[in-house]
Design a protein around this ligand. Structure first.
Ligand code: PXL
Length: 254
């Protein structure tokens, strides 16, 4: 029987990031994907121009109707768009403690637009604390969460450990934007793991969404956290090598 995964995320009309990319990643790894939308963005491959958040009740209703029909094997949480959605995420996470739950803490787009107000940061982490499997901040998001610049390996380790304590979950700090090398750092509550990749000169829209969705696929398959991180990181790296060039910025060809 085909397993089912859910993404709770924003809609990107270019399909380079957000829910529609997540659904393609789920399908690529053999799952049926479901999507509960939190927000509709206005964007193309270059940048985010704006967005509207859906009413929290509408988000919760989408989830409830899906939940009563499908047996979920895991959930990924992406863009929320507003702190008003946080209680809904808390509810979803509380009900799903037995499932793999991956949180991509989307605060800002790569073009610099805020996708969740800064004041939502701490309440969001508090709400999901103890209810999720893994959180996957990039260097900017880790810096925002901790209020200090995370820009080298040692700091990434400290950040992974601190954020892991804040969320009572594992934490993967993504180092794709590190100077000179690309290394992701996982802290699983006990020890650190490093995932090194050659740094590629191009940036493909949606790599954060791709990584967190792929991670969920490997966790739902039963992989350990380090193994899921290794495989998901390798899948993103492969994707970066064969991008789809049909728009100003390349997209993932998946
Ligand atoms: O990559 C972060 C992200 C996630 N989800 C949606 C987005 C973006 C960035 O633009 O638009 C819907």
């Amino acid at each position: 029987m085909r397993k089912v995964l859910l993404t709770v995320a924003g809609f990107d009309p270019s399909s380079g990031a957000g829910a529609t990319l997540d659904l393609r990643v789920f399908r690529h790894f053999g799952y049926h994907g479901l999507a509960v939308l939190t927000a509709i963005t206005v964007q193309n491959s270059s940048r985010v121009y704006g967005y509207r958040t859906l009413p929290p009740r509408l988000v919760l209703e989408q989830y409830r109707r899906i939940k009563s029909d499908f047996r979920l094997s895991g959930i990924k949480i992406g863009m929320l768009g507003s702190k008003k959605i946080i209680p809904v995420i808390g509810e979803i996470a509380r009900e799903s403690r037995s499932l793999p739950l991956v949180v991509d803490p989307v605060f800002r787009s790569s073009s610099g637009r805020w996708l969740l107000e800064k004041s939502a940061l701490q309440p969001y982490l508090k709400t999901i604390s103890g209810k999720i499997t893994l959180i996957t901040p990039n260097l900017n998001e880790a810096s925002l969460i901790l209020g200090e610049k995370i820009d080298r390996l040692k700091k990434m380790e400290e950040a992974a450990r601190s954020i892991s304590h804040l969320t009572s979950s594992a934490c993967l700090v993504k180092g794709g934007h590190l100077q000179g090398m690309a290394v992701d750092v996982l802290f699983d509550g006990r020890r650190f793991y490093h995932f090194r990749k050659k740094k590629l000169p191009l940036e493909v829209h949606g790599s954060g969404c791709f990584l967190s969705s792929a991670l969920l696929c490997f966790l739902a398959e039963g992989c350990s956290l380090p193994e899921a991180c290794r495989q998901a990181s390798a899948a993103v790296y492969r994707g970066l090598q064969t991008p789809l060039k049909i728009s100003r910025r390349p997209l993932f060809d998946i």
